[in-house]
Write a new protein. Structure first.
Length: 649
């Protein structure tokens, strides 16, 4: 009796010690040295795995060396409890040459690739096993064994029911958002088939499907200490899933590299975005205008970045020169913006990082559209996650832009969803920028109250009004002081420059100041018309002997070819993956500086040559507008000399 109790006690104690993943080497035919080298590899793999992984994958997995694997194959799972490794690599593992032999595969040496292969294939087993809740896999295995012995008729009742399913790693909605298979708009939760995160990949095999994405990324999560810094969002996901972290993220840089796509070609665009300096994130909405592609507005995100040395707080909203805008735009490499191409997805969709000041000028002065900047209700963790995710996509994403299904609103929503992991965003579905803003407000994710007082909103930078109202106010001065016959500012701006010029001589200081502002607006209007004309002329037939036209066209092509890196910075680096690290910074600086100098030179050349691409009528009107500005400047200087200071309108 005592011996039976002792045996039972030993079994109870020993049971938990045997639970979890066991890798059992099938060593028939192996030499002692081969067994020892193989076991050392398996022990290292087990040591690298998270304890929760080992515990949940509660099974015995046979590991054997086989000669029938492809020469370029390192190993594969042959059954749910068997892993085969390529026997052609065994000798190198034994004599140590596998640890020295370099390979063109991502992990560097043959032995490192063997270790990564074991972890990769075990992840596939774990991923499949997670189809079952805790304990269900073992129950299923027992039932299968009983079915083999008794047949289905003799199965116990507990083996007859369907086993409840839950998400694996590779079909977890959160993982799919981060991996690059987001929800497809208007499809009730279906996922995109194409993965747009094609740049800066550690191994393009990860893009094959979500299962391979999980397995490849587990290799790097477990083996690469820099993974936490290169792919912080995925590192956070795996760490939270397993309740375990292989490295300390404190070793990462204190910011994320990005390229500022501003139009100042004289300034090196490489910058560093420190999430600690981001006070808030706003949904930045450009109101609609009459253009076909802009009739529903434009969605962007504004990062309220504090000036260096300023404590994070409301005063950071005054640091406008440091604020950045995240804007998904169609990168139009051939300068032709076609509605049909936009519908069929010809254009790449990329995440541009722009200075807020440029965005304000583009919309309020050139396109005469107002901007609303609505703060998002995010806690500190969600905001940091969003900034990290934006940096990752800035370096990795190169999708397809569709005006009606993958436009700025859809891309912005996907960024918000994957960046914040807010449950309120899961069911959101909108293809319209104004509709997305309404949904964010309705779900309590955006604070529209900042716009309730228009004057206060303007003062605090929550709203940037279109210059159209300002131009109309200036035009009212002209009607009062000069009695011009036009009723609306648009009619005045549409006049040929030569017909506006006679009114200058009789203008006093106040009217001259108004005329100056309106002439600047007229010149911007002509530049927009010229831009559209350039698209048509540049792509149209050219005379074979028109050398000057060809030279200007070549300069324009050079700018287009060299400016792509501002929206796809990954092309500046030919190695590494994910976010650039300290060792890549010097290369980035040198490459960005060289390309920016090229753009600066080409831009100067284009200023001289591009007008050759314009029709004579447009070129003449541009020159007349510039002449008007020069004449107004002379007129204002003469008035100043003759009278007192300028009374601003």
């Amino acid at each position: 009796m005592l011996s039976r109790l002792l045996c039972a006690t030993l079994l109870l104690v020993a049971g938990p010690l045997q639970a979890g993943l066991r890798l059992e080497l099938q060593d028939d035919g192996l030499t002692t040295a081969q067994r020892e080298a193989s076991q050392a590899l398996l022990d290292e793999a087990l040591d690298a795995l998270p304890p929760r992984f080992v515990e949940r994958l509660d099974r015995r997995v046979e590991v054997l060396w086989r000669n029938d694997l492809p020469d370029n194959g390192y190993g594969r799972v042959t059954r749910l409890d068997a892993l085969a490794l390529n026997a052609k690599l065994l000798d190198g593992l034994v004599d140590g040459s596998a640890a020295r032999e370099r390979t063109n595969r991502p992990h560097g040496t043959v032995r490192r690739e063997l270790l990564a292969t074991v972890l990769h294939e075990l992840t596939h087993l774990y991923d499949r096993a997670r189809l079952w809740p805790d304990g269900e896999w073992q129950r299923l295995q027992r039932c299968r064994r009983q079915a083999a012995d008794l047949g289905p008729v003799g199965l116990p009742d507990r083996c007859r029911g369907q086993t409840a399913r839950r998400f694996t790693l590779s079909d977890d909605p959160r993982l799919l958002d981060l991996a690059g298979w987001p929800q497809r708009v208007g499809s009730r939760g279906q996922r995109e088939r194409h993965n747009g995160q094609v740049a800066r990949s550690p191994d393009v095999y990860e893009l094959s499907n979500p299962r391979e994405f999980v397995a490849v990324n587990m290799e790097y999560f477990l083996l690469d200490p820099s993974y936490a810094c290169r792919r912080p969002s995925l590192y956070r996901y795996f760490s939270e899933h397993f309740g375990w972290s292989p490295v300390d993220r404190d070793t990462c840089l204190d910011g994320y590299a990005y390229l500022n796509a501003g139009r100042d070609f004289g300034r090196v665009p490489l910058g560093k975005l420190d999430p600690e300096r981001v006070y808030e994130v706003d949904y930045l909405f450009a109101e609609a205008n009459d253009a076909w592609v802009s009739r529903w507005g434009h969605s962007m995100l504004r990062l309220v970045v504090c000036a260096p040395g300023r404590p994070r707080g409301p005063a950071c909203r005054l640091d406008l020169d440091h604020h950045l805008v995240l804007s998904y735009r169609a990168f139009v490499g051939d300068v032709q913006l076609s509605s049909w191409d936009g519908l069929t997805g010809v254009y790449p969709s990329r995440l541009f990082v722009l200075p807020l000041s440029q965005v304000i000028d583009e919309y309020t002065k050139v396109e005469m559209r107002s901007l609303a900047s609505v703060p998002l209700r995010l806690n500190r963790t969600e905001q940091d996650m969003l900034v990290a995710r934006a940096a990752e996509l800035h370096w990795s994403y190169d999708g397809d832009y569709y005006f009606l299904s993958n436009n700025c609103a859809v891309e912005t929503l996907k960024l918000l969803r994957s960046g914040t992991d807010r449950p309120e965003l899961v069911g959101l579905d909108s293809i319209m920028p104004n509709g997305l803003l309404d949904l964010l407000i309705a779900r309590g994710l955006a604070d529209r109250s900042v716009l309730d007082d228009p004057k206060e909103a303007l003062r605090l930078g929550y709203r940037f009004d279109s210059f159209r109202d300002r131009y109309q106010a200036m035009f009212a001065v002209l009607r009062q002081r000069l009695a011009v016959p036009q009723a609306r500012v648009e009619e005045w701006l549409a006049l040929p420059a030569e017909r506006r010029r006679p009114w200058f001589e009789n203008a006093d200081l106040r009217a001259s100041a108004a005329l100056l502002l309106l002439e600047q607006a007229a010149l911007r209007r002509q530049l927009l018309l010229a831009q559209d004309e350039l698209k048509q002329r540049y792509l149209g037939p050219r005379a074979a002997d028109d050398e000057l036209l060809a030279k200007a066209g070549d300069t324009l092509e050079g700018i287009l070819a060299n400016s792509g890196f501002l929206s796809r910075p990954a092309e500046m680096l030919d190695s590494g993956y994910g976010l650039p690290q300290a060792g890549e910074w010097q290369r980035l600086e040198a490459e960005a500086s060289e390309r920016q100098q090229t753009l600066h030179r080409l831009s100067d050349d284009l200023d001289r040559e591009v007008r050759l691409l314009l029709l004579p009528e447009r070129r003449s009107e541009l020159e007349a507008s510039e002449a008007n500005l020069a004449r107004l400047g002379e007129h204002l200087r003469a008035l100043h000399k003759a009278g007192g200071g300028l009374e601003l309108p």
